[in-house]
Design a protein around this ligand. Sequence first.
Ligand code: IPM
Ligand code: MG
Length: 357
Amino acid sequence: MRRHHIAAIPGDGIGQEVIPAGLEVLTALAERQGFALDVETFPWGSDYYRQTGRMMPEDGLDTLKPFHAIFFGAVGDAHLPDDLTLWGLRLKICQGFDQYANIRPTRVLPGLTSPLREVSPGDIDWVIVRENSEGEYAGHGGRAHRGHPEEIATETAIFTRAGVTRIMRTAFAIAAKRPRKLLTVVTKSNAQKHGMVFWDEIAAEVAAEFPTVTWEKELVDAMAARMVRRPQSIDTVVATNLHADILSDLAGAVAGSLGVAPTANLDPSRRFPSMFEPIHGSAFDIAGKGVANPVATFWTAAMMLEHLGEAVAAAALITAVEQVCAAGILTADVGGSANTAAVTAAVVAAIKGANAA
Ligand code: IPM
Ligand code: MG
């Protein structure tokens, strides 16, 4: 039997609720589709920090390295600085495992309503490919003259030929596998004349390796407008770490809710385990109430299954989620009245009721 070793890190806030829900549907799927999951759960995050002074143990990456995938909830705490919690856990894993490709699919699921008047389910089907290892998130920069009137802070975006080339290859390869074979390369090369012009040049170089893909350039501000005005004209998108961060929140919003948006932090070379997480974050305002939307985590779980070579199970999970959403079994953030447990139970029932592959 195929066995997959999963490290689960629920983390903070609603991560503690959606990751167990995700594991429940994964267990039902494994039974139905005939594979096995060995899951080990790690208690890392902000509470762990309060007890130990660290977000994860010093040798945390060594512990995670043998796993086939990491199933991650969220990180962020009302009482701890965001940069501490983020750099202490999530970014440490992303950067330590060189998960340089962040993949963010967006669709309007059946039963969900886009705030865009003319958009219905099926009209939006995007994949945003976010550079996840450098750019504006490289951590380059510093502070000098602290506390004095001449105090200075620099935050330098880093773009390397290797880094830009590999994310372009990933994005072109994803576009090449999708029906429309259309890639939009997003930059701000009119104003940022070094790093962003470099992106455009490398995009043109890599494009030569993918003759079946149609590609175009778009400035990030124009792209934001296009996502609202002409969403049907978009398919696959590649952008820098910060630009894609912003565009993917906009994508989640036009699809109806950030509560359904999944993401994969991939090391496409498979030297290290990749990490799969819902985009929504810890949402401590609703944590502990049992009302978090587990759909983003289910979709995330489907991306993880795909990465593990379980494409049939991944498709079965998406079908189950779509059935449940279409039946109106939804949490409050998307206009329903079901809680996390009810949505989870409905998805498990849909999985059990489906024909095994
Ligand atoms: C995301 C989030 C994070 C990011 C935050 C929590 C730093 O917004 O995954 O998009 O910007 O990477
Ligand atoms: Mg974000």
